[in-house]
Structures are given as C-alpha cells and as structure tokens.
Design a protein around this ligand. Structure first.
Ligand SMILES: *Cc1c(COP(=O)(O)O)cnc(C)c1O
Length: 576
C-alpha cells in the first residue's frame, strides 16, 4: 500500500515548516534523538507490545521518520510473544494463552555484533540488531533467554534483568554503531538504566562526577505515564548487587546510587527524577495530577505533552487524502493555519461515503478474526456499530455498558446496532478474566445480545485500526482520574467516528462539549449518562445535520491534539 504522505526528502523542510531551523545543528545523524522504551508495539517490525505505551513509542518513531528527523529507538527484541484464544466448552468460555516464538531474521534486521553485560555472576551476551527506516532506526538487544514482554513479577529478578539489558546493553549498542545521543527520552522508568549507563560512562572517562550528573540531567527527559508513585514496584539492594552494580565502572556512581536506597529498597521513579531534569506527562490533566515526590519530598512538576498518533498509520487512506485535499492537514499531518474553516466544509455525505469504505475494510478483517465462539462475523452494510477496544483492566470498565442489559438491548435493537468488544486480559488478572467470562455468559444467555454483541479475542493493531475505521460510535469509559492519556479514542475521531467518553486523560484536553461526554458523580449516574449518550450517538447517524455537527465539533477541537507531528513538535520545543 502506497504511503499516503509525500515522502519528505529533507529534514530542513520540516524544520522550516515548524519554524525551528536551529534544530539542524542540534540533531544530526551522528547525534540523534534517542528514545528508550521497554515496550514497542510495532508488529510490522516484529515486536508486539501490550498497550498504549508501546503504541506511543511506535508512533513517535513513525512521525520522526515522516519528518526526516534523526531518531533512534532502543528497545528489546522479545524472542517470544503471547496470544489469546477463546473456546466455549459446555457452559464455559475458556481462555487460552499461547506462546509463539519470534525470529528477528524474519523481519529484515541486520545483525551488528554481540555485547556483554554482567548479571547474577554471569556474563550475558546480547545480540545487537538494527533496522534502518528513513532517518530513523530501531536498535535492539536480544538473546534467546530474554523472555516475553513483562514476563515475571514486577519487581522480580527477570524484570530487572530485562531493564538492565535494555539500559546498559542498549547504551553499548548505540556506541557500537558510532552514535552519541543528543537527547535521551526515557519512556517510563523501566528505561532508567540507559541514563545511568551514560552517567557512568562520562564519569569513568574522567569527567567530574557532579559535572557528569548535571550534563546527564540536562539531556535526559523522563516521560511519565503513571499517576501514582506508590503503585510502582520496588527493587531491593541485593537485586542491585547482583544485576546493576556489576555493570558500573565508576565508584562515584555506585555510591550515588547506593545512597538512594531507603530501608534497603528503591523505586526507579525516584532515581529517574534525580537523573532527568526534563520531565513530561502525557496529557494536560495527567501532568497536573500525577503525584510524584523527589527525594527531598517536593512535588515533581511535569510538562504536559499530550500523546498524539501517527495519522497515516491509524487512518483510512481515503480519509487522510480527504483531509489533505481539503487543506485540513498539511503534508506533515499537522493541522493547517485555517483548519477550522476548512473543517466547516465537511459534509454528511462525505462522512457516510468514507465510513462505507471503512465498513468494507472492517468486514475484510472480521473475515479472519473469529469472535468468542470461533465464528467469523460480517456486519451488514445498513447496521450501526458501537465498539469498545482497549486492554481489559478494571479502571477502563469494559463491562460498564452491560450493567443494565435491557437498556443496552433496547438501544441495539432500535438502531439495528452491533456492539463489538475487543481487549486482552493481562495473564494472571483473575478478577478481570472472571468479569469477562460473566459478560460472555450474559451475552450467551440472551438471543438479542448473542446476535448483536461480539467479543474479538487477541486484540492487536489490526483489530484496533479496523474498528476505528469501520465503527460509528466508540465507547471509552475509564474511571475519571485514572487514564493518563489513552490514544484509541484519537483513532476513532480521526476516522470520522463519534466518541462517547468520560472526561479523562487526553480527552480532557478539550472542553466536555467537544464530544458525547459521560458525566455523573456516581456510577449509577454515569450509567444513565452512558446510555443517553449512546442513544444520542446512534441517532446522530440517522440525521445528516446532527452527524455533521458532532463530527465537525470533534475535529475542530481534537485535530491538533491527535496529530503525532504536533506531539513531536512539542517535544522538540521542550527539549531544544
Ligand atoms: C491504540 C492501541 C492501544 C492504546 O490504547 P489506549 O487504551 O487508548 O491507551 C492499545 N493497544 C492497541 C492494539 C492499540 O491499537
């Protein structure tokens, strides 16, 4: 499939477009922007993630590639990944997890060399592999025993090993290919050891320790996605003696790190805050409310840089063309100076035409993605589709719309609507597997729900994209205050869908009348509101005037938020 964007030949053109010519000197192919992440969600390049953190990493790199910005993403290549299956056995829906080997040689990576790290009295040899994509690269460390993403207990030895391998191993890998980081962006605290490796290198090469700390701090950005510091797992001193200290050359750095333990324990966020002067949160609300303290006990300030998405990746090509031909987006996928006026020319007829094509794409994907019964469904052309697609974790409340089944049924029948649910339960989350099983049994017990509600297991990028493109109304109902940003809802809006959501995460960057907002002080009130908004969203699709009104309002407000290029621009502004 041809890329819907023009290929940008020259980064100068991008820097001129965003009026940041000075970046030509700050970021060069030899001194690139470096982005460190334990999770990448980019299956096309062989790496399956777990959720939003990995999708964000993949999108940040893609945006950098389209803008020709010199950028290196450093991440593990996991030699195994998980898949989820469902089967109905008697009255039960059985959840199976399977593990699949992944071979990097199948994804066009180049093997560079091996490097060593020391862990638990052993020398571990890591393969360094890379893949060049335009002005960007994916640089990975891996070995057969690396395990899966988030395998083992959080706070356990294996996690620490993976994080140490990424940090110390990744830093050596960068040197191996002859690059020095201009900036190090740490996508959450699991990447702390990369900044530590840099501090150790500077200090052991003779720089005064305090100068090295100042230097490292000035060039390190810690991006936080978590709201509560207390929720973070701790490591103990013994674990650091086995996995971390053996990889440090400088006594001063060892001493500095040892002093950060409290009662023999350490949280990586406390040391990440110490080593990174630049700190960001992933939406306006999250940056305000994230409750983090530094070692002195002061509340940490986070700069709000709301996540965006790579628009060409997540949007139907016809819709990207529609936005660029109408001059709503420029060729970098930034909103144009007068995007609001241009949005006012969008018509209901255009929306319906684009959505019909989207529905065909959705059906193409549904033809090979079974539902909870192992059946392949096809949504009729004249039906409406509600969708809920996100990780099945408690705070996102995937079960909410099923709390009053009679009300849900009435809405589905009245509007000839389907409700598609998608999302993986974290292995070991027995409470949520129980919720899902109850939900599937409820659906199974009722002929109307059984016809109109479908759960698609093994949620991934393909399903996420297809649902955004092909559904009409999306539902996002996290408990207010618990979503850091969320990006699935952005995929829905950019594909001309209506959003029903609580006012949380990045959604709360814009006023609550920008979309179909769920409100209420109690869950019962929120439920009344959820069903009322679903009804409103479904009715809007039956009326050109309302459809145009709501879609334009969403786009006028959220288009700049959604643009991943806007996000990259915000990072560059903050960093340089
Ligand atoms: C977009 C996407 C996400 C992000 O989900 P949020 O819950 O909105 O943060 C997660 N997983 C997949 C597969 C996605 O496509």
């Amino acid at each position: 499939m041809a890329h819907p964007l023009d290929n940008i030949e020259d980064v100068q053109e991008f820097y001129e477009a965003i009026d940041r010519q000075h970046l030509t000197k700050a970021l060069t192919p030899e001194r690139p922007y470096t982005y460190w992440t334990i999770e990448l969600y980019d299956k096309k390049n062989g790496i399956r993630g777990g959720g939003g953190l990995g999708v964000l990493a993949a999108d940040t790199r893609r945006v950098a590639e389209q803008s020709s910005v010199p950028f290196v993403l450093i991440t593990p290549f996991y030699p195994s990944e998980q898949h989820q299956h469902y089967e109905k056995v008697g009255d039960h829906f059985r959840n199976f997890t399977s593990h699949e080997a992944v071979d990097y040689t199948k994804y066009d990576y180049t093997f560079i060399d091996t490097i060593n790290i020391k862990c638990n009295s052993a020398i571990i040899s890591l393969d360094v592999i890379e893949k060049k994509l335009g002005s960007t690269r994916i640089l990975c460390v891996t070995e057969p025993g690396f395990g899966e993403l988030y395998s083992g207990e959080s706070g356990g030895d294996h996690r620490l090993y993976q994080e140490v391998a990424l940090g110390f191993g990744g830093y050596q890998a960068l040197k191996l290919i002859g690059l020095k980081p201009s900036i190090m962006q740490l996508n959450e605290v699991a990447t702390f050891f990369a900044a530590l490796a840099r501090l150790d290198e500077l200090t052991s090469n003779g720089m005064d320790f305090y100068e090295a700390v100042v230097y490292t701090r000035k060039h390190t950005l810690y991006t936080n996605h978590t709201l509560v510091q207390a929720a973070e797992a701790e490591f103990n001193y013994d674990q650091f003696e086995r996995y971390v200290f053996p990889n440090l050359k400088s006594m001063a750095v060892k001493k500095w790190l040892s002093d950060k333990f409290e009662n023999g324990h350490i949280r990586l966020s406390t040391v990440t805050i110490e080593i990174a002067e630049l700190r960001s949160g992933v939406s306006k609300l999250h940056a305000r409310v994230a409750n983090y303290r530094d070692l002195a006990g002061n509340k940490v300030k986070f700069k709000a840089i709301t996540n965006g998405i790579d628009i060409p990746t997540w949007t139907a090509p016809g819709i990207v063309n529609y936005y660029t031909s109408k001059n709503i987006l420029d060729k970098f996928c930034l909103p144009t100076a007068d995007y609001k006026e241009k949005i006012s020319t969008i018509t209901a007829e255009d929306i319906r035409t684009q959505k019909q094509k989207g529905r065909d794409e959705l059906n193409t994907v549904l033809a090979h993605r079974p539902d909870q019964y192992g059946n392949y469904i096809k949504i009729p052309d004249d039906a409406l589709v509600f969708q809920f697609k996100r990780r099945f974790v408690d705070y996102k409340r995937p079960w909410l719309a099923f709390t009053r089944p009679e009300t849900l049924k009435a809405i589905l029948e009245k509007h000839n609507a389907y409700y598609i649910l998608c999302g993986r339960v974290h292995e070991g989350d027995t409470a949520m597997s129980g919720q899902l099983e109850r939900l599937l049994k409820l659906v199974d017990s009722d002929p109307v729900l059984k016809e109109r509600v479908h759960y698609l297991p093994d949620y991934d990028e393909e399903l996420g994209r297809a649902l955004s493109i092909g559904a009409n109304v999306s539902i996002n109902n996290p408990i207010v205050g618990l979503e850091a940003c969320g990006t699935s809802w952005m995929k829905d809006i950019i594909n001309l869908g209506l959003l029903v959501s609580t006012h949380d995460g990045g959604v709360a960057d814009c006023p609550a009348d920008s979309y179909l907002s769920i409100s209420g002080d109690t869950e019962a009130e929120e439920l009344d509101s959820l069903y009322a908004r679903m009804e409103e969203g479904a009715s809007a699709w039956e009326n050109d005037f309302d459809l145009e009104f709501f879609i334009k309002k969403e786009l006028e407000n959220y288009l700049p938020v959604i643009s991943g290029t806007r996000m990259l621009k915000d990072y560059l502004d903050y960093l340089f």
